[in-house]
Design a binder for this molecule. Structure first.
Ligand code: HEM
Length: 127
């Protein structure tokens, strides 16, 4: 693996702490509570695998689950613009709280912003 990936700059330990803190915030967010399962253990485990490979580390997610097809995997859930922003606000807060420093923090956030917007599949939570 390359030593100048975002993954290697964050490090495995900090990525784990980031994801755990992120899902704590998700579980408390009024716009997100209803879409996520009550127990986020498995969700967090998959997200650690996914972000590891997304940021240039080993392809842990694909090894276990196959091609990510993230947008397709999110289709069962109504991802509105509001929920996408809520997801990103939890991530922004987690990035600060776990002390991922600039310029890395903004680089990470911008890549995730792009993906979170791509995930939008519904304009409203109704119908
Ligand atoms: C799974 C919501 C954005 C990566 C999920 C699940 C929900 C969800 C409800 C299923 C949880 C479960 O059953 O365990 C959302 C919402 C988003 C969002 C509301 C707002 C835009 C993202 C983004 C990424 C991402 C930006 C990646 C950067 C994943 C992964 C999984 C997942 C890897 C696990 C897929 C699997 O089951 O293998 N998401 N998500 N999500 N999400 Fe998101």
């Amino acid at each position: 693996q390359s030593n100048n990936t975002v993954y290697s700059l964050i490090g495995e330990d900090k990525l784990d702490i980031l994801v755990d803190r992120f899902y704590e915030l998700v579980s408390e967010h009024p716009d997100l509570i209803e879409v996520f399962p009550d127990d986020l253990t498995e969700t967090a485990r998959k997200q650690k695998q996914f972000l590891t490979q997304f940021f240039g580390g080993p392809a842990l997610y694909t090894e276990e689950h196959g091609h990510p097809m993230l947008r397709a995997r999110h289709m069962p859930f109504k991802i509105t613009p509001e929920r996408s922003e809520a997801w990103l606000s939890c991530m922004a807060q987690a990035l600060v709280e776990v002390n991922i420093e600039e310029p890395l923090r903004t680089a990470v956030f911008e890549r995730l912003s792009y993906t979170a917007r791509h995930m939008i599949n519904s304009e409203t939570t109704h119908s």
